[in-house]
Design a protein around this ligand. Structure first.
Ligand code: NAD
Length: 260
């Protein structure tokens, strides 16, 4: 199971989990597309990954909520490398408020990045995967694809929705060799989570230490954060798996926080 010369688009890959997956794929010889909001950040990431090798990386400026930008980014990849083998739809944000205070525009923004982003990128890559007769589509879900937490109505709704979209892609994609999976991490220390610690402390009226030890890690078996490398390893397995046997499945990577 390896990704040598496979063309892999990863959204939100200039930071955090997406960057970790990009590193893992390039280390395995893949050709990785760093698709992110800002071209300069994506380019810097791509250059550093290419320097490390043995695979290589290119940068694409992409707002995953913008259909024209998504289509233009995918067209650029086809022009450059001629195929798309793997999509990791990973770009995401977190916005926390109690429901009664949740600004409607913020609700729509979060749903659009997670759900429109997954839909638009899948829609754009699937014709190329169909033509090739194979492909792997991976959505970055969360323990919040299966579990709820206070203050996260939009995020929990979006992450649950990704399970449904992956199952439909599994059914529609099977005859073309296209597989779909969802990775469901627990808390991983990335900029997205660092930002939440003071916000949750404020909204829940507790200390930042309590947010980490009780809210984020309280249900794990070892009080440890999930690591970027843990998630990247699972993303490698799903992308490189040789058959349809795992299609439609989601895998929770959470140090025992969620076990069902
Ligand atoms: P991060 O903030 O480190 O990285 C997110 C990346 O997405 C950034 O590079 C950002 O520029 C990009 N992005 C945001 N909006 C975008 C858009 N509209 N178009 C293109 N790119 C966009 O966050 P992270 O923690 O690495 O999160 C990555 C994914 O993992 C998200 O989907 C998140 O929900 C999910 N996740 C994170 C955790 C965690 O604990 N960190 C846990 C479970 C799931």
């Amino acid at each position: 199971m390896n990704l040598k010369d496979k063309v892999c688009i990863i959204t939100g890959a200039a930071s955090g989990i997406g960057l970790g997956i990009a590193k893992r794929y390039v280390a395995d010889g893949a050709k990785v597309v760093i698709a992110d909001l800002k071209l300069d950040a994506a380019q810097k990431t791509a250059d550093a990954l290419t320097a490390d090798g043995p695979g290589e990386a290119m940068a694409v400026e992409m707002d995953v909520t913008d259909e024209d930008m998504v289509n233009a980014g995918v067209a650029k990849v086809i022009d450059t490398w001629g195929q798309i083998d793997v999509l990791v739809s990973n770009a995401g944000v977190q916005i926390v408020h109690p429901i009664e205070d949740f600004p409607f525009d913020q609700w729509k923004k979060l749903l659009s990045i997670h759900l429109d982003g997954a839909f638009l990128t899948s829609k754009a890559v699937m014709p190329h995967m169909q033509k090739a007769g194979s492909g792997s589509i991976i959505f970055m879900g969360s323990v919040h694809s299966k579990e709820a937490s206070a203050l996260k109505s939009a995020y929990v709704t979006a992450k649950h929705g990704l399970l449904g979209l992956a199952r439909v892609i599994s059914k529609e994609g099977a005859k073309h060799g296209i597989r779909a999976n969802v990775i469901c991490p627990g808390f991983v220390k990335t900029p997205l989570v660092e930002k939440q610690i003071p916000e949750q402390a404020r909204d829940l009226g507790i200390s930042e230490e309590e947010v980490v030890n009780k809210v984020m890690l309280g249900e794990t078996v070892d009080q440890e954060f999930t690591t970027i490398e843990d998630v990247a390893e699972v993303a490698h397995v799903f992308a490189a798996f040789p058959t349809n046997a795992l299609t439609g499945q989601s895998l929770v990577v959470s140090h025992g926080w969620y076990m069902n």
